[in-house]
Design a protein around this ligand. Structure first.
Ligand code: SF4
Length: 504
């Protein structure tokens, strides 16, 4: 039990976030007076005082007869109430993080940074005129981001600007995400809109009908406004869960409906589950000039695949990878997850060794995250996962392994409840980076989401205001509402791009 006394503020949310960096599922009581029913409790008193120019936070920590104290003062960047409040929150977070790092010996590389897109923050600072040194100083001083994370961020930002030199002007184009919500089975850690295709066969055709309609109608809007498309990404679910004929028909509609298809810089199809890949589907993707596909092992340990509900074998991953390569789809990403149930350093080493035999053009290293809606989180007791130290060790192995094999990091994101408060990192061999992954992560242009579970993020050129427009996650609601949905989305697009809905 952790007891917290707050004086001069009510920043429970910020305190909860910092505590969760150090303790799994911490039990916290916010008290006016210390409770004496738990002798071993960690007790922390956190006080904020406002001066005319700054917020001053002070923390005192007590545990097992030990006392530690830390004070931190931060000047207000501006005098309005919002700036003063934000500064006070940061001062409390900074103070609490420092006390807990001293208590536990655990260093938090990301400091108090809560956002899932740290690279976006660095891009924003750099694109608005900050020098690299000033941007780094701000991240270090204001957020306690440690030098090794800053180095990683800068390396990724540099790589992204090399891959997309017009990154800061790319808001004149947009990218398209197409969500196909079916998979052979549902993986235990999954919270994506993914429905086992065999038990949802009746939904597939109506869903595809809606998707064709959505592509055609949004294609008219794109054509009317003469917009160029940077990248197209088929995700889900696993898009290759549908038949080769259905996949082919989607490409036909796409090419008939979208303008400037010859100028699209990249087209990706997630073929994540090897058990969905057939020569016919590979042939279709080759015919339509798909640039990248994903074939995702997640792990090369068979027992793990069984434990997480992926009904394919390790051999099938390797076999389908080789088949795709033979058929000319050679730009292949592989996803691996650190911290899957019952996996430790030995299993991770084995997975890396297997990847080394294949050398895919890109590799995305995820750290397991316990998302609220997943089967794994609901039954967390059933799954044994590695310790925080072991997770960090595996991440370090990934960093060293990718470097030794010639991969460089090119995108990164963090998630809530991610084991060890680490991050997911996309690595790539030179010139094989995914443009779509950069677009979605840095939020520099509109992403038009079509299909189930797709979330459109609408950004007008030269604006940093982002409007979200989510499609329904389940096929039934999508199938029942796609016509109204398309009308509402076009209205939202007109609002964002032209300030007012246009009549069609
Ligand atoms: S293959 Fe991907 S989308 Fe499908 S259930 Fe597994 S994690 Fe979810």
């Amino acid at each position: 039990m952790i007891q917290i006394k707050m004086n001069g503020h009510a920043f429970e949310r910020e305190i909860g976030f910092i505590l969760a960096l150090f303790y799994e599922d911490p039990k916290t009581a916010y008290v006016a007076e210390w409770r004496n029913d738990d002798d071993g409790a960690l007790r922390i008193e956190l006080t904020v005082e406002h001066t005319d120019t700054s917020a001053r936070a002070c923390g005192v920590l007590y545990i097992d007869g030990r006392r530690d104290e830390y004070a931190y003062e931060r000047p207000y960047p501006a005098q309005d109430g919002k700036s003063r409040n934000k500064t006070a929150k940061q001062a409390i977070s900074y103070t609490l993080l420092t006390l807990l790092e001293r208590l536990t010996g655990i260093e938090q590389g990301w400091g108090i940074l809560t956002g899932i897109r740290p690279t976006k923050l660095l891009h924003k600072l750099l694109s608005t005129g900050a020098s690299q040194a000033d941007a780094h100083r701000l991240l270090r001083d204001d957020y306690m981001v440690r030098p090794y994370k800053l180095e990683l961020l800068q390396q990724i930002v540099d790589k992204q600007l090399e891959v997309v030199p017009d990154l800061y002007q790319i808001d004149r184009e947009l990218s398209v995400y197409i969500g196909i919500p079916f998979c052979p089975t549902k993986c235990a850690y999954c919270t994506f809109p993914a429905y086992a295709i065999k038990s949802h066969t009746a939904s597939v055709n109506p869903f595809l009908e809606g998707l064709h309609y959505e592509i055609r109608e949004l294609g008219k809007w794109l054509t009317r406004n003469d917009l160029r498309i940077t990248s197209i990404y088929f995700g889900g679910g696993t898009p290759t869960s549908i038949t080769a004929e259905d996949l082919d028909a989607l490409f036909v509609t796409l090419h008939e409906s979208f303008p400037h298809m010859d100028k699209v810089r990249e087209m990706t199809v997630e073929a994540g589950r090897p058990d969905t890949i057939t020569p016919e589907k590979l042939e279709v993707m080759k015919k339509w000039k798909v640039d990248r596909i994903s074939i995702n092992p997640q792990s090369f340990t068979q027992e793990t695949l069984v434990a997480i509900g992926r009904h394919h074998t390790v051999e099938e991953t390797i076999e389908k990878y080789r088949l795709a390569m033979q058929m000319g789809l050679t730009n292949i990403n592989m996803d691996l997850i650190i911290g899957l149930p019952n996996e430790g350093v030995a299993e991770w080493e084995h997975s890396l060794a297997e990847v080394a035999r294949l050398m895919p053009t890109s590799l995305t290293v995820h750290t397991l995250s316990f998302k609220r809606a997943s089967e794994m989180t609901r039954n967390r007791d059933r799954y044994r996962v590695a310790s925080r130290d072991e997770i960090r060790q595996m991440m370090q192995m990934a960093t060293e392994w990718t470097k030794a094999k010639g991969y460089t990091p090119y995108y990164l994101y963090r998630q809530k409840n991610i084991l060890g408060n680490l991050e997911n990192v996309g690595y790539s061999l030179a010139g094989q980076e995914s443009i779509y992954n950069i677009m979605i992560m840095e939020e520099v242009q509109t992403i038009l989401g079509l299909g189930c579970g797709a979330v459109s993020k609408l950004i007008a050129p030269e604006s940093d205001r982002l409007t979200r427009f989510p499609n329904p996650k389940d096929p039934k609601t999508y199938n029942d509402t796609y016509k109204q949905l398309v009308d509402a989305k076009i209205k939202a697009l007109d609002d964002v791009y032209f300030g007012t809905a246009m009549s069609i």
